[in-house]
Ligand binder design. Structure first.
Ligand code: MN
Ligand code: MN
Length: 478
C-alpha cells in the first residue's frame, strides 16, 4: 500500500482551475507578435489576388493549375514519368492536387481535403436577350441560395465560357478592368416604392426581375422593333463570332465586379465575392503545395463544383468524383484493382472544408454563443451540420475529432468548435456526407464568414490564416 505522499500540493485557486479545466475561446490577435501579424497580412495579400483571378469554377482551376506548376505538379495525362505531384482535372470545373510519397500501401488510404469552388451568382439564361422600353436586358437565373435584393444597383461583371457547334471554346470576361463597361440590375426609386416596401424580403425583388441592363442604342440609330437587340447581337458577333443560339451552350456567370478588398481601418478583414468556399479552396491549395516537398504521406486536395446547388452533376461531391480521382491515381501507378480502390477510399481521412457563419452582433439571436463561430477566434471545427436534430449531417466520430484536435493543438492552430446556428433556427449541409458514403472518416472544418452568400462576404484575416494552418496540421499529423 502506498503511503500518502506528504505533498505540499498547492490548493487550486479558481483562477488556476479556470486555466486548467475550462475550454476557453481565444482571440487570434491577442498576444500576437508583429512578425506573426505580418505573416497573416502577407498571406491574405496572395489570397485576395486568388479571389480576383478566380470568380468562376473554370477560373479557379486555371489559377490552381498556374500556381501549382512551379511546385512541380503535372497534369496526370501529360506526364508519363510516374510523377509524384499530380493535377487531375474533370471537365475543367473540378480538380484535384495529389501528392504521392508511398506507392506500396495505397489501400491504407489518403489524407484528403476537399472544398467547393462554385459560388452563388446569377447565370444568364440560355435565351437571355430582350428589349423593353427601348433598352436591352438579359435574363438571369440565380445559382445557389441568394438574397435577391442584395444583387440590385451594383456593378456586375460577366464571366463567360462559350462552346460553339464548330468545336471552338473560349472565355469572355467583361466588367473587371477599369476601362470595361459593367452591367447592373435596377431597383425602384424609394419615391414610388409604396407597394414594394410592404413586401417581404424574399419577394421585394423577384427572381424574374433579376435582369441585367446591357444597352440602348438601336442599329444604325433607327428605332425599329428589335433594333437594339440586333445591334447588341451584331456587336457580339463581330467581337466573339457568336449568334443568339450560342448562348444555349454557354455558361455566362454574372458576378459582382471589382476586386477583393481590405476592410477596416486596421485592415483586419478581407471583403470580397466568392469566399464561400474559395477561402477553403485557397487555404487547402496552399497547404498541399507547402507540404508537397516535405511530406512522406499520400495527400489529396479536391476542388468540387456544384455544392451550392446540392452537389449534383458529375463534377459535384454527390457523384463518384472522389472514386474516379482515387482510381485515376491508382491506375497511374499500376495499382488499379477494385479491392485496393475500395480499401483506399474507406481508409482515407477527409476534411470537408467549407465556411461557417460567424456571429454578427446585429443578428446574434440566430446563434447559441457557446457553440457558434466567433470572428477572429480561429478556424471552425464542426462535428455535425444538418438541421432539425442534425438531420442530413455526417456526424464525425469522436475518435476522429480527437485526432484532429490533437493535430491542431500540436501545430498551434487556433480553432473553435462550431455549429451552424441555434438548434431549430435553420441549418445547412456540406459535402461531408457524400464522402462518408465511401466509409472514410469525415469532419467539417473551415473559415467563419460574415454576410455569407452575399456579393461581398467578409472574413477575418486571422481566421483565414488559421484555416491554412489547420489544413497543414491535418496533412502533417493525421
Ligand atoms: Mn460552402
Ligand atoms: Mn454556400
Amino acid at each position: 500500500m502506498a503511503t500518502k505522499a506528504k505533498s505540499r500540493k498547492k490548493v487550486d485557486t479558481l483562477k488556476s482551475l479556470e486555466e486548467k479545466l475550462l475550454f476557453q475561446k481565444k482571440s487570434a490577435w491577442e498576444g500576437l507578435k508583429v512578425k506573426e501579424e505580418k505573416e497573416i497580412i502577407d498571406f491574405c495579400e496572395e489570397y485576395k489576388s486568388f479571389l480576383d483571378s478566380s470568380k468562376t469554377e473554370r477560373e479557379v482551376i486555371t489559377t490552381i493549375e498556374a500556381l501549382s506548376k512551379p511546385y512541380g505538379f503535372k497534369e496526370i495525362q501529360k506526364t508519363g514519368k510516374k510523377s509524384r505531384k499530380l493535377l487531375l482535372k474533370y471537365d475543367s470545373v473540378a480538380a484535384a492536387l495529389v501528392v504521392i510519397n508511398n506507392t506500396r500501401n495505397f489501400a491504407d488510404g489518403f489524407l484528403m481535403n476537399g472544398a467547393h469552388i462554385d459560388s452563388p451568382r446569377l447565370d444568364l439564361k440560355q435565351n437571355p436577350l430582350y428589349e423593353a422600353e427601348d433598352m436591352a436586358y438579359m435574363k438571369t437565373h440565380y445559382y445557389g441560395g441568394i438574397k435577391k435584393y442584395q444583387w440590385v444597383t451594383r456593378p456586375l461583371a460577366l464571366h463567360g465560357f462559350i462552346a460553339l457547334e464548330n468545336g471552338k471554346r473560349f472565355s469572355i470576361t467583361l466588367g473587371e478592368d477599369s476601362g470595361d463597361p459593367v452591367f447592373t440590375i435596377n431597383d425602384l426609386l424609394p419615391h414610388l416604392a409604396k407597394n414594394q416596401n410592404t413586401k417581404k424580403a424574399t419577394t421585394v425583388i423577384e427572381g424574374e426581375q433579376l435582369n441585367i441592363l446591357v444597352g440602348s442604342i438601336p442599329y444604325k440609330f433607327k428605332s425599329e422593333k428589335n433594333a437594339i437587340k440586333l445591334a447588341i447581337l451584331n456587336k457580339l458577333n463581330r467581337e466573339y463570332g457568336i449568334k443568339e443560339e450560342d448562348f444555349v451552350s454557354a455558361e455566362m456567370q454574372v458576378v459582382p465586379a471589382g476586386s477583393a478588398r481590405d476592410v477596416g481601418f486596421d485592415r483586419s478583414f478581407v471583403g470580397g465575392y466568392g469566399q464561400d468556399d474559395r477561402v477553403c479552396a485557397y487555404c487547402g491549395m496552399k497547404a498541399i503545395l507547402d507540404m508537397s516537398g516535405s511530406s512522406s504521406k499520400n495527400l489529396v486536395m479536391v476542388f468540387f463544383d456544384k455544392e451550392e446547388i446540392g452537389s449534383m452533376g458529375n463534377s459535384g461531391a454527390n457523384s463518384n468524383l472522389i472514386e474516379r480521382i482515387v482510381n485515376d491515381v491508382l491506375q497511374f501507378y499500376g495499382k488499379g484493382d477494385y479491392n485496393t480502390l475500395i480499401q483506399a477510399l474507406s481508409n482515407s481521412k477527409f476534411l470537408s472544408s467549407d465556411v461557417n457563419a460567424g456571429i454578427d452582433p446585429e443578428w446574434k439571436e440566430v446563434n447559441e454563443p457557446m457553440n457558434a463561430a466567433k470572428i477572429g477566434y480561429g478556424v471552425c471545427l464542426t462535428k455535425f451540420t444538418g438541421s432539425r436534430g442534425k438531420s442530413g449531417s455526417n456526424e464525425a466520430h469522436a475518435e476522429f475529432v480527437a485526432d484532429i484536435r490533437k493535430a491542431f493543438n500540436k501545430d498551434k492552430v487556433l480553432w473553435q468548435t462550431t455549429e451552424l446556428g441555434k438548434v431549430d433556427q435553420g441549418g445547412g449541409g456540406t459535402i461531408a456526407y457524400f464522402l462518408a458514403q465511401y466509409g472514410m472518416d469525415v469532419v467539417d472544418c473551415g473559415t467563419a464568414l460574415l454576410s455569407m452568400h452575399s456579393p461581398f462576404e467578409v472574413a477575418s484575416k486571422a481566421d483565414i490564416f488559421h484555416t491554412y494552418k489547420a489544413y497543414k496540421a491535418f496533412y502533417k499529423y493525421l
